[in-house]
Design a protein around this ligand. Structure first.
Ligand code: IPE
Ligand code: IPE
Ligand code: MG
Length: 237
């Protein structure tokens, strides 16, 4: 697929992979079928990002609020994740993608936690980085960072006055990862739903009507074109 714009793509793109349930409903299928099609869309887009030369792709796969869904749906999503990670681990040499996980993985099954750890460890020398947000919440991330900093102060490792925005960033899941320039939300919803609250301070948001399972390279091209049309001022003039 050719890139339709000649400008360099953003270094870091983040995506709220939303609309799987509605996609399935439109077809009279169970919601899990939508998640399965969503996993396919992710594979497509991760490959395309690599072709474009995007350095970081952060995807929202499961939020701290998504546990509210039925056991059947949550179980279906966890099963898909397991299959995806097993496949990603066996295809690692081919895809050469570096995995990181943002979120509290301790609530996942021990088996899934092990797959996440394996995927992360075995891919640590590759360049293109996928940050998988699993049991992730932006507020939860900030609270954990605040607790970790407080614990370091209590242990005498640093002082309250040492805290800067930069240092605080080191306590977040995203440490060492630049903020995303572009955040895409398909499915027509226009809200953050607790995604990257700290990191999105100056990100460009592109909201699109397409449902995630239908999202393809041409949609990513459109979002990148829209991003290039924006005038990023960062508070300046
Ligand atoms: C996103 O699709 C996937 C997850 C949140 C896990 P949804 O399941 O939220 O799909 P809609 O929004 O109901 O269509
Ligand atoms: C956000 O979508 C979470 C993920 C895509 C993983 P939701 O579908 O959970 O968000 P709301 O409920 O529409 O805000
Ligand atoms: Mg949704």
């Amino acid at each position: 697929m050719a890139q339709t714009n000649e400008l360099a793509p953003p270094r870091h793109i983040a995506i709220i992979m939303d609309g799987n349930g509605r996609w399935a409903k439109q077809r009279g299928l169970p919601r899990t079928a939508g998640h399965s099609a969503g996993a396919e869309a992710f594979r497509r887009i991760a490959n395309y990002c690599r072709t474009l030369g995007v350095e970081y792709l952060t995807v929202y796969a499961f939020s701290t609020e998504n546990w509210k869904r039925s056991q059947e749906e949550v179980g279906g999503i966890m099963l898909l994740l397991r299959r995806y990670l097993e496949e990603a681990i066996s295809d690692m040499e081919k895809n050469k993608v570096r995995f990181r996980f943002f979120g509290d993985l301790t609530r996942l099954s021990p088996q899934l936690q092990k797959l996440c750890a394996d995927a992360q460890n075995r891919s640590k020398d590759y360049d293109v980085q996928v940050n998988f947000c699993l049991n992730y919440g932006g507020r939860d991330e900030i609270v954990r960072a605040a607790r970790a900093f407080a614990a370091d102060v209590q242990a005498g490792k640093c002082q309250v006055s040492d805290l800067t925005e930069e240092l605080f960033g080191d306590y977040l899941y995203s440490r060492d990862v630049p903020d995303p320039e572009l955040i895409i939300r398909p499915s027509g919803e226009m809200r953050t739903s607790n995604f990257l609250l700290w990191q999105s301070a100056y990100s460009e948001y592109v909201f699109m009507d397409v449902l995630w399972p239908d999202f393809g390279p041409e949609d990513l091209d459109k979002a990148i074109e829209e991003y290039h049309r924006r005038n990023r001022r960062f508070g300046g003039v």
